[in-house]
Design a protein around this ligand. Structure first.
Ligand SMILES: [Zn+2]
Length: 237
């Protein structure tokens, strides 16, 4: 292969590799984001549960206070029974006592219901706390492995950069600017291999005439269809 062409094939590969590092680094950061999002969601659920448990406990306290008041009222009613003068007064007292007893029954049911809510939410809360702790440990481990991976990718990229700049130094100025010109529109496929007589940049087949010219030339050859620099892959017959 022509020496200039050989350099351009290498250069194009370096350029491709350099571009390839960015999505790999981003992929690592995205992985971490997924885990951090889970931690956030768990924290949110836990905070919501704390508020809800607090709310049902406050309601229970109110019911407790109400029960005490009702017990006092029953006592009061009972003392009044001794001084009842007629049946009408007795009936009124009885009615008052019945209402108080109904309210006591209702408050007791409420307390049972609120306690059940609190205890079931507390159970969920404990489970979520365990889950959160595990998730936080995972995040910590992941952070370490991700930053190690990113560091490794960055140092590999550094090596490719260095190799590329060493290569660029050696490339003839005219050849390099020819490559850069094509690269401006073709991006990282500025140099494309020919496989089965077709250009792998534009996927068009070379005519037999163009192909035989291409096979014998010692010069840098461009695809007659798209203008990319083309080369014959070494391992191809
Ligand atoms: Zn082409």
């Amino acid at each position: 292969m022509n020496k200039h062409l050989e350099q351009l094939v290498k250069l194009s590969k370096f350029d491709k590799d350099i571009v390839g590092f960015e999505p790999q680094i981003k992929g690592q950061n995205d992985k971490l984001k997924v885990f951090l999002k889970t931690v956030d969601e768990l924290n949110e659920k836990i905070n919501k549960l704390y508020v809800e448990i607090d709310d049902s406990k406050n309601k229970r306290i109110k019911n407790d206070i109400h029960l005490k008041e009702l017990a006092d009222r029953i006592k009061e009613i009972n003392t009044k029974y001794d001084s009842v003068k007629n049946e009408k007064e007795a009936k009124a007292l009885q009615l008052e006592e019945e209402i108080a007893k109904e309210q006591i029954a209702f408050a007791n049911n409420e307390i049972v219901r609120l306690d059940e809510i609190s205890s079931s939410k507390e159970k969920i809360l404990e489970e979520l706390k365990i889950e959160l702790k595990q998730e936080e440990t995972d995040v910590e481990e992941l952070k370490n492995s991700i930053s190690a991976n990113i560091e490794e990718l960055e140092s590999k990229r550094e090596v490719v950069y260095k190799e590329k700049s060493e290569l660029v130094e050696k490339i003839d100025g005219k050849v390099l600017s020819f490559y850069e010109k094509i690269k401006r529109w073709a991006g990282n496929s500025a140099v494309a291999p020919i496989k089965n007589q077709a250009c792998y940049g534009c996927h068009m087949k070379l005519t037999n005439r163009a192909y035989s010219d291409f096979l014998v030339t010692e010069e840098i050859f461009t695809c007659p269809h798209c203008g990319r620099i083309i080369y014959k892959e070494e391992n191809q017959e």
